[in-house]
Design a protein around this ligand. Structure first.
Ligand code: ADP
Length: 177
């Protein structure tokens, strides 16, 4: 499993799947969520609504993932996952860091089940949800690496998409470490 860094806008990345840092409602939002729905068109939201009506009436819990098609995006699939909000206190951090790791695991598992060979991730929780960039990028890299045995036969390439210099620096440091 190769891990690559490709800075910029994830909606333009031509991997088979891209991951959306969504919120529990799955009804769209700001940040990367808004960008994905804008660029992908209304079919993504239509599918999210159906998922809410059928499987997830209370919304998607943090740390889990669901898949829709990708509308007009170059990707074929959007994997929607919900990151935890950041909490500073050590007790809360202990509770939430595994949820952030779970986002990466659940997304990779869902993609592997579809036979996806290439997948791109934004820096989940590092925007509105306030997770410090160095820690968010470290958890991303460590968790993706830890999944190699489980999904590496299917997923060949994981693309990390830093949106800004701080994210890029974080990924580079994490990959070097
Ligand atoms: P969260 O609510 O999980 O924090 P955000 O969308 O606010 O989600 O931010 C997650 C990360 O996505 C942030 O690092 C933000 O800079 C980044 N981001 C925002 N727009 C894009 C985009 N078009 N492509 C890639 N990353 C993006």
């Amino acid at each position: 499993m190769d891990i690559e860094i490709r800075p910029g806008d994830i909606t333009a990345v031509e991997t088979q799947a891209i991951v959306n840092a969504a919120n529990s409602s799955l009804m769209g939002g700001g940040g990367v969520d808004g960008a994905i729905h804008r660029a992908g068109g209304p079919s993504i939201l239509d599918e999210c609504k159906k998922i809410r009506e059928t499987d997830l009436p209370d919304g998607l819990p943090a740390g889990q993932a669901v898949v829709t098609t990708a509308g007009e995006l170059p990707a074929q699939w959007v994997v929607h996952t919900v990151g935890p909000t950041y909490a500073k206190t050590p007790e809360k951090y202990q509770e939430k860091a595994p949820v952030l790791a779970s986002c990466y695991r659940a997304s990779l598992q869902a993609a592997a089940e579809l036979g996806v060979e290439t997948i791109a991730f934004p820096t989940i929780s590092a925007g509105v949800y306030g997770w410090p960039m160095d820690d968010a990028t470290r958890i991303a890299v460590e968790t993706i690496r830890s999944m190699e045995e489980q999904v590496g036969d299917t997923i060949r390439t994981v693309v990390l998409v830093p949106f800004g210099q701080e994210a890029e620096d974080g990924y580079r440091a994490a990959l070097a470490g």
